[in-house]
Write a protein that binds this ligand. Sequence first.
Ligand SMILES: [Zn+2]
Length: 473
Amino acid sequence: MTGQTRPDRGDRWLPSRLHALRPSSRKSPLGRRLSVGAIVVSLALAGVGTASFAEAAAKKATKKTTAQTTAAKKAAAAKKAAAAKKAAAAKKAAAAKKAAAAKKAAAAKKAAVAKAAAARPAVPTKPITLQILSINDFHGYLEPPSGQITTSSGLVDAGGGEYLATQLNDLRNGNPYSVTAGVGDFTGGSSALSAKYLDEPSIEAAKALKVEVSSVGNHEFDAGLSELLRMQYGGCNPSKGCFGGSTFSGASFPYLAGNVLYKSGVTPKPPAGAKTYGSWYSARTGRTVFPSTWVKTVGGYKVGFVGLTLKDSGAHVKNSDGIKDITFVDEVSTSKLAVADLRASGVKTIIGLIHEGGTTPTPDYDFTCQDGKVLSGRIAELAKELDPGIDVILSGHSHQAFSCSIPDPSGQPRIVSAGSAFGRLITETTMTLDPKTQDVVRSSVKSKNHIVTRDGSKDAAMTAVLKKWQNLG
Ligand SMILES: [Zn+2]
C-alpha cells in the first residue's frame, strides 16, 4: 500500500476524488463541532432566524391574500357565470315569449281571415233546395195531446213531443239546407205540465225540436210581457222562483215581433241577462220588443225571416195589465219596413212567420184550395197585401191546416200554409233558390203537412226534457 495517503477514519469509505473536494472533512470531530456552532451563531447574529419568521409570516400573509384573491376571483367568476346564465335564461324567455306572441298573432290573423270568410260567404253559383220545417200553436204539448187529425181515410191520433222531434229529424235527413221555425203560440194556453212550470218546459222542448227562430203569437203575451222576456232571456220567476233548483236558461232561438212596440213614453226595461237588449231599435221600425227579422246563411244564400203576430193580439190577452206598456200595430205596413230592412242587407229570400189564422171549408190536414175550395179568414186577406218581398207565408192561430197559393200584391203566386196545433202536424215547405237572383223561384214552392204519428221511435233528447219536468211532480 506504499505511495497512498492513508485516509482518516472519518473519510476512509469515501473515494479519493470526493475526499479532495471536501477539505473540512479532514478536521477532527471536535473541530467539526466548533465549525457547526460558529455557523449557527453567525447565522443568528446575521438575523437569519428573524428573517425566516418574517418571511414565513409574509409568506403566510401572501398565501392568505392569494387565497382571498382566489376566493374573490372564484366568486367573481361564479357571479359572472350566474349573470351569464341569467342573461341566457332571460334571452331564452324573451325568445319564447316572442315566439308565443308571434304564434298567437298568426292564430288571431288566421281566425280573422276565417271569420271574414264566414261573414262574406262565397256567392252561390248553384241552385239549392231550401227546406223550411215549421210548427205553429204548439201550446206546450210535450206529452201527446188529445184530439185527432182528419184524413181522407178517417181520424188519426197525432202529436207528442217525442214523436215530433223524431219526425223533424227524419224530415231533415237528406236535406242539407234546412231551417226549423216556429209560428207563434209555442207557449201560453198550454198543456197542464207546461203551464204548471210557467212554460219553461215548452221552451226547453223547442230546443230539443231544434227550433231556430220563431214569431210570437197572441198567447206568448198571456203571462205578460215580463214573462215573455223571461222566456227569451232566461232567469227565474220572481214569485215562484227556480224550479228544481236550477236557473231557467231561456230560449235557444230568437223571437221575432216586428209589429209589437213599446208605447211612446214607456222606457223599456232591459231584462236581466239581456246584454244588448234593444240594439235593433231604429227610427223607422221603432222600439219593438223583439227584432223584426233574422237572417241565416244557408248554402251560401242569405235567408231572411220576418216575424209578425196578428194586430188584434191584445184583444186575446185576458190580463191586459201584463201588456200595458206595448202596442200591436198593422201587419202590412210592418211587413214593408221589415222587407226593406232585409233588402238593405242584400237579403232576397224571405220567409214570413205570421201568426194570424185562416179557415178552411173542410178539416183535412192536407187542404190545398183545389177544386174551387177557398181559404177564408184574415190570413187570406193578408196574403194579398203583405209585402211581395215575402216569398212564403207560414201562419197559425186558427189551429186549421192548409196550403194554398194566393197571388201577392205584385201578382206572383205565393204559398200560405198552416199546420193545425199541439204538435200534431209538421209543415214542410221546399223551394228552389236561384243563384242569379239569390231569390226564391216562386213556381218551385211546395208546402205540405206531415202527420206526427205515434208509431215511430221516441226522441231521446225530448224524452229527457219530458222526464225532467214530470219528475218534479
Ligand atoms: Zn194564436
